[in-house]
Design a protein around this ligand. Structure first.
Ligand code: NAD
Length: 339
């Protein structure tokens, strides 16, 4: 049983904490909270609470939240930390983990250079075997790798992808845009180079816009093969990967709101959709050029990768066994309707 500490209990941290709790080979030792807010109170019903600043102990206790100790105590109690603090905060925490000789996983808001090892379960599980520091790539990058990696098994590919990004997460009441479309003026957007931090010599360029939605991202992807492949081969190969799922407009699944409704209806925790969604009828092959749309639930698609990264770094299970265990615990694959 591996002891896991969670530092940062926001969109990603709370989901990883619950996912760790579902695994037979790992245990949540506690979570770090900075402020005694309502979420800290809710979290204290499930997890031991550790605080980032010992001076705030009284504030937590006055709010009826039991404090088990400081972040230092949690790091000492844990064998590995999942750092899910906001963008660029993880890099400030890394020296602390190093001093305490603890392994740590960082998220996609950190640069690749922080760990020099960016992770995706399908593409490079083995690279993280026994590693001390790993970065799980962002939600968009995870989505791109999930569909592109299987395509690289069919031939050499050139990828041009356009990303329609949700403005912010559903719980956020501050960020936008709420009534405009905001192009990423840096071309390529950072997503293409980020995919290359995992699939090293891939020819990929990306552009991105942010739109007023909180539910999911949608990508439209164009892939050129260097040899002849058939649409059936492509779909057949994608089907081997449980973290991809197919839907169809014919079944009245035409939008991200309907995808979220499926997740809600099936009782997924927090209505999470860990799978990357492909609209089947839109998968089109014109000569050697493939076109497809994919939907990405940004709040949850990186959660299974965090669990597999723990297993690889702690040398708990080989790739397939880890993926199977993670998928079973999160019910990934159960929505494979109409395949
Ligand atoms: P979030 O803002 O929802 O949660 C961050 C948590 O860390 C909060 O609970 C906050 O209180 C806490 N925290 C700890 N130290 C802090 C500090 N020094 N300053 C401010 N807050 C601090 O963030 P998130 O969306 O869960 O993102 C976490 C990481 O995961 C980032 O690297 C992000 O890029 C990445 N990520 C986010 C998403 C997404 O869609 N939200 C998807 C994939 C990856």
């Amino acid at each position: 049983m591996v002891n896991v500490g969670i530092n940062g209990y926001g969109t990603i941290g709370k989901r990883v904490a619950d996912a760790v709790s579902l695994q037979p080979d790992m245990k949540v030792m506690g979570i770090v909270k900075a402020h005694p807010d309502y979420m800290a109170f809710v979290a204290s019903k499930k997890f031991k609470i550790f605080i980032s600043d010992s001076k705030s102990k009284k504030l937590f206790e006055d709010a009826g939240i039991k404090v088990e100790g400081t972040m230092e105590n949690l790091v000492d109690d844990s064998e590995i930390i999942v750092d899910a603090t906001p963008d660029d905060v993880g890099k400030l925490n890394k020296p602390f983990y190093e001093t305490h000789k603890k392994k740590a996983i960082f998220q996609g808001g950190e640069d690749h250079d922080l760990t020099n090892l960016s992770f995706n379960s399908y593409a490079n599980f083995k690279d993280a075997w026994g590693a001390s520091y790993v970065r799980v790539v962002s939600c968009n990058t995870t989505g791109l790798i999930r569909t592109i990696f299987p395509l690289t098994e069919l031939g050499k590919v050139r990828v041009r992808a356009n990303l329609v990004r949700r403005a912010t997460d559903p719980n956020d009441h501050k960020k936008g845009p709420i009534n405009s479309i905001e192009p990423d003026l840096k071309i390529p957007s950072h997503h293409g180079p980020d995919v290359r931090s995992v699939i090293k010599d891939l020819d990929i360029q990306t552009m991105a816009v942010k739109v007023p939605s909180t539910l999911m991202h949608v990508h439209f992807v164009n892939v050129t093969f260097d040899k002849e492949v058939s649409r059936d081969d492509i779909i057949e190969n994608w089907r081997r990967y449980r973290r991809l799922m197919f839907v169809s407009g014919k079944d009245e699944v035409k939008s991200t709101s309907q995808l979220m409704e499926i997740a809600r209806e099936t009782g997924r925790m927090r209505s999470d959709l860990y799978e990357i969604v492909l609209w089947k009828e839109a998968i089109s092959l014109k000569g050697s050029e493939l076109f497809y749309y994919q939907g990405i639930h940004q709040e949850s698609d990186v959660v299974p990768e965090n669990i597999d990264a723990i297993r690889s770094m702690m040398q708990l299970k080989e790739k397939e066994d880890s993926i199977n265990e993670t998928d079973k615990s999160l019910r990934i694959g159960e929505l494979a309707y109409g395949r």
